[in-house]
Design a binder for this molecule. Structure first.
Ligand code: PFF
Length: 421
């Protein structure tokens, strides 16, 4: 007998799971830095306009595509276009993209686990050393952590939509919100925190130009997990009876609020560390900021709260980022799994196993790309720069194909969906 297709238990289950997918590194790290560099509240206003008038409609479209067809992205694109090969290809890209994004996101999540462990063992001082990150990512022991993380993720996914994804989000999302508020309140009590808030929230319209506007739109798409096939798939697990619009609004509001709130944590923390911080100097890469810069900031808090206190703050922050990454990762790995279940007619157990094997095959070279193996570290070169396997996956799928898939969904809705009625 065929297995029943997964479904969320309620609207709240959907909201928490979709918010779990949306809240990730993009909210906690990329957004605050982007906002502070690009005009503070002026950037925020543009961002909010994009969320309300572009991203919210695209969210509705993606969720409706899934709910209407009850299928994964390949199935949804095919069915709605009556089998048009071009649109089927768009569906395939909407599976391939999350598949490959999961590869390098898994590696980053492994680093987060190592950082939490190192701080728990009293080594915050070591992590705040400039050279430590390069040493951590080249440790062969990362394989063990990778294995453990994949074991955890695939056990959660074996539990299914309700018992796995939704249950994880029900526990982690409220925990994440409480930790974020508690950490922010603490950081706001530090000297000079107000300078950070000022930098973050005072509007500076002189910084607005086309590239800032473009950056705000990309960030809004990325933050809401658009173009990753996630909302199409989650839409297919949404009850046929409930209204989509209210739940979608809640997800957009939750994601945006967490991003704005994260700014109230990161910027004051940075300014408390150095009141003369010039935000132009902040790293543009989330990875550099999290793993190299923030440990220094946490360590500097020892003058106020002692080494143990600083370690507690650091471990809370890294656990918060880990929870955000874990819920996003579980969501994104579910997309190919749903495709194997629908299109290859596999049971969930077999689909999860297949995906576990495939993800392992790709994440092993990715984790070896930062020093463990010379071959994968110097995998290729383009634009005059040597690129690792990890860089290649990130550049091709994250930087290039992801926005393309988001754009394709918009074109699909306008040219195929809305014409059908
Ligand atoms: N919306 C997520 C974020 O803001 O970080 C984007 C994301 C990235 C979701 C990677 C899932 C994922 F695996």
């Amino acid at each position: 007998m065929a297995e029943a297709r997964g479904q969320f238990s309620s609207k709240l289950g959907f909201i928490l799971a979709a918010a779990g997918s949306a809240v990730g590194l993009g909210n906690i790290v990329a957004f605050p830095v982007m906002a502070s560099k690009n005009g503070g509240a002026a950037f925020l206003i543009i961002y909010l306009l994009f969320i309300a008038f572009i991203c919210y409609p695209v969210m509705l479209a993606e969720i409706s595509m899934g709910r209407h067809t009850n299928r994964n992205p390949v199935g949804a694109f095919s069915e709605l276009s009556a089998g048009h090969p071009g649109w089927r290809l768009a569906g395939i890209l909407a599976i391939l993209t999350p598949f490959m994004i999961a590869v390098f996101y898994t590696v980053i999540t492994v680093w987060l686990v190592v950082y939490v462990k190192e701080i728990a063992f009293g080594r915050l001082d070591l992590l705040s050393n400039e050279s430590t990150f390069g040493e951590v990512v080249a440790r062969p022991s990362l394989f063990g952590y990778l294995l453990g993380l994949l074991g955890l993720i695939f056990t959660i996914l074996l539990g299914g939509v309700k018992g796995g994804i939704e249950r994880l989000a029900r526990v982690l999302m409220p925990t994440l919100a409480v930790m974020l508020v508690a950490l922010t309140l603490f950081v706001l009590t530090l000297d000079n925190a107000v300078a950070g808030i000022r930098y973050y929230l005072v509007p500076d319209f002189s910084r607005m130009d086309l590239s800032v506007i473009n950056g705000a739109l990309s960030q809004a798409f990325f933050s809401l997990s658009l173009g990753m096939g996630i909302l199409i798939t989650y839409g297919s697990y949404f009850s046929q009876q409930d209204s989509i619009s209210q739940s979608t609004r809640m997800v957009a509001v939750a994601d945006t609020s967490i991003a704005i709130f994260a700014g109230l944590l990161i910027l004051p923390a940075i300014f408390a560390f150095d009141p003369n911080t010039n935000t132009e100097d902040l790293s543009t890469s989330s990875v550099g900021l999290i793993f190299s810069f923030l440990p220094q900031i946490f360590l500097s808090m020892q003058s106020a709260v002692g080494y143990f206190g600083a370690s507690v703050v650091a471990i809370s922050f890294f656990s918060l980022v880990f929870f955000a990454a874990l819920t996003s990762l579980v969501s994104i790995i579910e997309i190919p799994i749903s495709c194997w279940i629908d299109e290859l007619k596999l049971t969930r157990r077999k689909a999860v196993l297949l995906q576990a094997v495939l993800l392992s095959i790709f994440s092993i070279p990715a984790i070896m790309s930062l020093g463990i193996s010379d071959y994968f570290t110097n995998f290729t070169s383009y634009g005059g720069v040597t690129k690792s396997f990890f860089d290649l996956v990130s550049d091709v799928f994250y930087e290039t194909i992801l926005p393309l898939v988001g754009f394709t969904v918009c074109i699909f809705c306008v040219s195929v969906l809305f014409r059908r009625e």
